[in-house]
Design a binder for this molecule. Structure first.
Ligand SMILES: C[S@@+](CC[C@H](N)C(=O)[O-])C[C@H]1O[C@@H](n2cnc3c(N)ncnc32)[C@H](O)[C@@H]1O
Length: 214
């Protein structure tokens, strides 16, 4: 399934409050400084077109949401979406999630990490590029606060099983807890664009949630 071309972004939109660049970000990451308040901070890895960030930020104004997206055109698209909705509690970082986690994010600083439909890297020789690898899941365990949540969804059964094995071997996160699909009440009532696409094509989605022991 190919991806549709992105809609053009209005060049007059000021994205400066919603689009951040990893290399320009002060380390360690300080959610309170970024958002100007102290609130639970959640991170989405590979935020694509930003549907999750926009919906979650609108639904939970008491929480702050950061996306990290390696493809600049998607990071900009997401930032434009957040700006158009004037969401003060969501931003996207253009950069590599693996570097963000290992070099910027302090221990026990995140209330949740969301990983939705990560690139599957189908070919066997490319599997080592998958984000749900040993180093990454250990980093997720480190950065989650006690009681914090990891949400991991994919449409690839084999990736799902492999990631659950890595999580069991490398972390003490409790799970997987199964997550049921919710009926969509409108055209964008999906967790992400990839979930929407899979559901509209009647393809399976594998959903899991893990919790860091309190
Ligand atoms: C298959 S898409 C899914 C997008 C979105 N999560 C969704 O469900 O609609 C995977 C996204 O992860 C991004 N990505 C891949 N590797 C990444 C990395 N190391 N750091 C940040 N983003 C990454 C890709 O650019 C792409 O936008």
């Amino acid at each position: 399934m190919g991806r549709r071309a992105l809609r053009k972004i209005d060049p007059n939109l000021d994205l400066s409050r919603h689009l951040l660049h990893l290399e320009e970000l002060a380390a360690p990451l300080d959610g309170a400084a970024l958002f100007g308040r102290s609130a639970p901070l959640e991170l989405e890895v590979g935020s694509g077109k930003g549907l999750f960030l926009a919906t979650a930020a609108a639904d939970h104004p008491d929480r702050d949401f950061l996306g990290v997206e390696i493809a600049y055109k998607y990071a900009r698209f997401t930032a434009a979406r957040l700006k158009k909705r004037e969401l003060p509690n969501a931003k996207v970082i253009h950069g590599d999630a693996q570097r963000l986690l290992s070099e910027w994010v302090p221990d026990e600083s995140l209330a949740a990490v969301h990983v939705y439909f990560p690139d599957p890297w189908w070919k066997k020789r490319h599997r080592k590029r998958r984000i749900m690898n040993r180093t990454f899941v250990r980093q997720v365990q480190r950065v989650l606060q006690p009681g914090g949540l990891l949400h991991f969804w994919t449409d690839v059964a084999e990736y799902f099983e492999a990631a659950l094995d890595v999580l069991a071997q490398e972390t003490r996160l409790l799970g997987p807890q199964a997550v049921e699909a919710r009926p969509a009440e409108h055209d964008l009532d999906y967790r992400t664009h990839f979930e929407r696409r899979m559901r509209l094509h009647d393809l399976p989605v594998y959903r899991s949630m893990f919790r860091k022991p309190a």
